[in-house]
Design a protein around this ligand. Structure first.
Ligand code: FEO
Length: 173
């Protein structure tokens, strides 16, 4: 850290640190959900959820790097124990969508704060997150809708599991 204080406001710094925790909590949730489906031998769903775990870690790191770039202190908080009652793939992806909608609300709140503070660098960072949330909600919704169509058909669930097993790792940007 330099002797000149960070240009990031204390309010924004606290909120971005809280978002690091929210992203790491998301990662932890996805890892728990991956184990849940893997135990049902749905390895394709498990693969998808594990990749999501990695993506959430990357989201947390993006915020972490931004704070360091702004010469602002990083504060890592204790994570929440993943809590969910979802068991079936449909219940799990319904929960995934609800969770991503919650994260979107948080990101929107952070963006509103950055606008209020005329913090343009934070706005640029958060615009990336806004676009990312659109994609995340869309993928969760697509899988949830597919699961609704599949219903009780084991054969269709098998095919969907195979399809999700082919999810490629997202390129870093
Ligand atoms: Fe990082 Fe799934 O939101």
């Amino acid at each position: 850290m330099s002797g000149i204080s960070s240009t990031l406001s204390e309010r924004m710094r606290t909120a971005l640190n809280e978002q690091i925790k929210a992203e790491l909590d998301s990662a932890y949730l996805y890892l728990a959900l991956a184990a849940q489906v893997e135990q049902q031998n749905l390895k394709g769903f498990a693969h998808w959820l594990r990749l999501q775990w990695e993506e959430e870690l990357a989201h947390a790191l993006k915020l972490y790097d931004f704070l360091l770039q702004r010469d602002a202190a990083v504060e890592l908080k204790a994570l929440n124990e993943p809590s969910f009652t979802a068991r079936t793939p449909l219940e799990i992806f319904t929960q995934v969508l609800a969770h991503e909608q919650y994260i979107t609300r948080r990101i929107n709140g952070l963006y509103a704060m950055a606008v209020e503070e005329k913090d343009y660098a934070s706005q640029t960072l958060l615009q990336w997150f806004i676009a990312e949330q659109l994609e995340e909600e869309e993928s969760a919704r697509d899988i949830m809708d597919n699961l609704k169509l599949v219903g009780d058909s084991g054969a269709s669930l098998f095919l969907l599991d195979r399809e999700l097993g082919q999810r490629p790792k997202e390129a870093e940007d």
